[in-house]
Ligand binder design. Structure first.
Ligand code: 13P
Length: 303
């Protein structure tokens, strides 16, 4: 058995090695088993994660249920448990008791957590993130936070993608990123450089995602300004050449939800087992074809 390395160390190892840790969302509890199995079968290291909206708007049930399911299927050479997006203000503009929920997650054994204050003005995002960092670090748990606007979770109409990308609206500002990391002590920074989240509203969640691009120049400028691992959200459907370039330029974690959720939803009403196999197949495709990852655990979390 390998020693139980902290996820903070694992992310730094990925960054140093120029590889990426993929992180997979679990909006339905039965998706977790094929996610872990695919990571193990391909020899890759990844994070299993849930976002708050997945127990509110999907069927992840809750922090405790996800943790319990994880305890049943985990494989510590290949996986860790992460809590994705606990927003300070959610996609419906409601305030969230984020500090209480994140504290509960740490107590339940989540091994890294994300606070998302990106809908707040800069100073308030810093203050909220700092509160979470102080709480989590006292328990030895690393924290991810977001600066800039990774759109897509909101229900309203989005401007056409190419317009959004060309304007650079909402992109993370490198100088702000530097101040943000210094003032909060956050471990990993999620940035806006062109990717968008998969839609989650009932009306839009089955749609194919737009093919996103990434501003590698913006990423390079952010990378020069901060020394922490950088996280890319909205990992489904980004043109592959951009993903490869992003990994070379400091992206150490990439979040993937839609690419495995849609295959599950396509089959779950006929058979949960069939839906789980669809998740497994989609996982292998993401790992091998989109991210070109093979046996990354040998580098990131060797025995
Ligand atoms: P996708 O739905 O594009 O894979 O994005 C996932 C994500 O960023 C979750 O935080």
């Amino acid at each position: 058995m390998s020693s139980h390395r902290n996820t903070r160390e694992l992310m730094l190892r990925a960054l140093e090695a120029g590889t990426v840790i993929p992180a997979f969302n679990i909006p339905y509890l039965p998706m977790m088993e094929p996610v872990v199995r695919a990571l193990r079968d391909t020899g890759n290291f990844g994070l299993v994660m849930v976002a708050r909206l997945e127990w509110i708007k999907f069927e992840a049930k809750g922090l405790r249920e996800i943790r319990d399911q994880y305890e049943e299927v985990k494989d510590e050479q290949y996986t860790r448990l992460h809590l994705d997006h606990v927003p300070v203000i959610d996609e419906d503009q409601l305030r969230v008791p984020y500090l209480e929920e994140l504290t509960q997650a740490v107590e339940l054994g989540y091994e890294s957590i994300m606070v998302d204050g990106s809908r707040l003005p800069f100073g308030e995002n810093v203050a909220a993130t700092k509160r979470v960092v102080d709480m989590a670090h006292s328990a030895g748990i690393p924290v991810e936070a977001e600066l800039g606007a990774v759109m897509g979770h909101e229900d309203g109409p989005m401007p056409p993608y190419e317009e959004l990308f060309a304007s650079g609206k909402g992109f993370t500002d490198p100088e702000e990123a530097k101040r943000f990391v210094e003032e909060t002590g956050v471990d990993w920074l999620s940035v806006a450089i062109g990717s968008v989240h998969g839609a989650i509203s009932a009306a839009k969640k089955n749609e194919k995602k737009v093919e996103a691009r990434l501003s590698i120049e913006q990423l390079q400028a952010i990378r020069r300004a901060v020394d922490v691992p950088i996280v890319l959200h909205g990992g489904t459907g980004i043109r592959k050449t951009y993903i490869m370039e992003a990994i070379k330029n400091g992206i150490a974690k990439i979040n993937v939800a839609t690419a495995i959720r849609q295959p599950y939803e396509a089959h779950r009403e006929t058979s949960v087992e069939r839906a789980q196999e669809a998740v497994y197949d989609a996982m292998v495709k993401v790992l091998h074809e989109e991210l070109e990852l093979r046996n990354s655990a040998d580098i990131i979390n060797p025995l």
